[in-house]
Design a protein around this ligand. Structure first.
Ligand code: 3VV
Length: 237
């Protein structure tokens, strides 16, 4: 059975997706218009492009979810709710945004054809405040020949530590991300991204992370990050 904290974390994610505020306080833009589009396809479920190893890891983690200690986090291509459309106004940047283009917005990691870019699934452990992301990068993420682009690795790290901060703190933005690239990651390999919430100080959430081979014998990357919780109510008023 889900613990109260875990249920709250999942609620926060649903809130992000459906336009309800993830934090406790209801805001002036708490509305979901009937015309709003929400992608239905949960990309965190097995697809034909997932390798056998990716599928195996997925099954292993799903087994861990059975007692409620781990939660399988959903992931969607785009969030086209009124609240996400309003997001630039919350941070006083609406005049900088092309409104037509905003409606075409898609989550960067979900913008590739199946199997060519970012294939991943995240699992959250509420008691330990950590996320494990199983990541299968595709051939269009190449940097140096035969290896992943550093920016692609940084993107997946940001997505994972970012999700850890979101489930713990609501709506946050990355303020700082430090990455040590220790070994190049072979293109199309599967890796584990292990992220851990280290501490919360007021609006600041500190999250660290490493990227390992599936057998845990190779440490590819280490990172630390700072996320700052946005005070949407305050900024909106
Ligand atoms: C309704 C919305 C719906 C949304 C739906 C979302 C769905 C999402 C779904 C799936 C997501 C998957 C996950 C993805 C994750 C990716 C996330 C990104 O890529 S974010 C893009 C890159 N980041 C930026 O562009 C930030 C740019 N920076 C800023 O906007 C500001 O600097 C911000 C918000 C980070 C902080 O600004 P301030 O005005 O709110 O706060 P101040 O007062 O400056 O700082 C607060 C505290 O933090 C420290 N701080 C700030 N920046 C720091 C830094 N770089 N280093 C150290 N400390 C820093 C300050 O010193 C201060 O600390 P003291 O409270 O005094 O102790």
């Amino acid at each position: 059975m889900l613990g109260r904290c875990a249920a709250r974390a999942l609620g926060a994610l649903r809130g992000l997706r459906e336009g309800a505020p993830p934090a406790r306080s209801p805001g002036p833009s708490r509305r979901l218009l009937s015309s709003e589009k929400v992608s239905d396809e949960n990309h965190s479920l097995p697809k034909p492009c997932w390798s056998k190893d990716m599928r195996l890891l997925f099954d292993q983690f799903m087994k861990k979810c059975e007692d409620g200690s781990w939660i399988h986090l959903p992931s969607y291509e785009y969030i086209a709710t009124q609240r996400s459309q309003d997001f630039p106004t919350f941070i006083h940047a609406s005049e900088l945004i092309n409104k037509e283009k905003l409606s075409q917005g898609r989550l960067f990691t979900k913008s590739f054809e199946d199997g060519l870019g970012f294939e991943y699934v995240m699992f959250y452990n509420d008691a330990e405040k950590r996320i494990v992301c199983v990541f299968q990068g595709g051939p269009h993420l190449q940097g140096m020949p035969g290896f992943f682009h550093g920016g692609a690795i940084a993107t997946m790290i940001d997505a994972t530590v970012g999700m850890n901060a979101i489930v713990s703190g609501g709506i946050v933005m990355t303020a700082n991300l430090n990455i040590d690239f220790k070994r190049p990651i072979p293109l199309c390999s599967i890796v584990l991204i292990n992220s851990q919430l280290d501490k919360i100080e007021g609006r600041k959430l500190f999250v660290s992370c490493n990227v390992q081979s599936v057998d845990k014998k190779i440490l590819y990357t280490e990172a630390t990050s700072l996320f700052v919780k946005l005070d949407l109510e305050k900024k909106f008023d």
